[in-house]
Design a protein around this ligand. Structure first.
Ligand SMILES: Nc1ncnc2c1ncn2[C@@H]1O[C@H](COP(=O)(O)OP(=O)(O)OP(=O)(O)O)[C@@H](O)[C@H]1O
Ligand SMILES: [Mg+2]
Length: 250
């Protein structure tokens, strides 16, 4: 599903990813946790080409996105292929990134119409089903500024799902929300998990990581320090840095 090998990324002199190798199987849910600045968002953004990598290899569903040859030259597949491969992944951001001048419904149908060339009449029933699923059909004609943070985030999830992705990437989807709104977004994500959506979730929600994720990945300073089945991870964190992080989260 997703396989990365020795992914490296620098911002100028700053080494942000120092060789990240990760494998995510179909239907698997992995939570990435780690301190601020450890490279979690950058890693997620590299997967769907919002950032380019400097070295290493990324395969999405068995298709190569980028590879590095023996001489160390890092090459992406051609632009149209990059777009096609990355369209298999939907992304949900901490700050929702909804279009403010569009209603909730328009936000959901925009990409299927402009990117996939779907007809409005064809995407509408699907949009209705998705908005019902995330509990927002009654808010379809509201603008993002007129709905709560939790509703914005559920709209953002519906918008990503409207493109029928095989994989969903979440970057701290609840950390901009008040605690009372976090639950409704986590419930929507749990529902996706129950439907066996493949998910990679950067999160600070330890309960979510423990209960919903199959695998927990701990990143620190641009590296994966520890990666294990969720139950095992919390019961028996091996690395000193993992233990220190988990203690700081209590
Ligand atoms: N576009 C950029 N240009 C320069 N440096 C960047 C850029 N984006 C991120 N960085 C730096 O890369 C490092 C990793 O950032 P990243 O956002 O991936 O961390 P993170 O683990 O997601 O942190 P947080 O938990 O705070 O979201 C940080 O030191 C950050 O300042
Ligand atoms: Mg981040």
């Amino acid at each position: 599903m997703i396989e990365t090998r020795d992914v490296r990324k620098n911002f100028g002199a700053l080494e942000v990813l120092k060789g990240v190798s990760l494998r995510l199987e179909k239907g698997e849910i992995a939570a990435i946790i780690g301190p601020s600045g450890s490279g979690k968002s950058t890693f997620l953004r590299c997967l769907n080409h919002l950032e380019t990598i400097d070295r290493g290899r990324i395969d999405i569903e068995g298709e190569n996105l980028v590879a590095t040859d023996q001489a160390g030259a890092c090459r992406y597949v051609r632009e149209s292929e990059v777009r096609r491969i990355c369209a298999r992944m939907g992304m949900v951001f901490q700050h929702f990134n909804l279009f403010p001048h569009m209603t909730v419904l328009e936000n959901v149908i925009e990409a299927p119409i402009t990117v996939k060339g779907m007809r409005r009449a064809d995407i509408l029933p699907k949009a209705e089903a998705l908005l019902n699923k995330v509990g927002l059909w009654d808010k379809r004609d509201s603008y993002p500024s007129h709905v709560s943070g939790g509703q914005k985030q559920r709209a953002a999830i519906a918008r990503a799902l409207a493109m029928e992705p095989d994989i969903m990437l979440f970057d701290e989807p609840t950390s901009a929300l008040d605690p009372e709104l976090t639950g409704e977004v986590l419930r929507t994500m749990r529902q996706l998990a129950d439907e066996r959506m493949t998910m990679l979730v950067v999160t600070h929600e330890m309960a979510f990581a423990r209960e919903v994720a199959n695998t927990v990945v701990f990143m620190d300073q641009g590296e994966i320090i520890e990666s294990k089945p969720a139950v095992e991870f919390f019961k028996n964190p091996e690395h000193r840095r993992t233990r220190a992080f988990l203690e700081s989260m209590l």
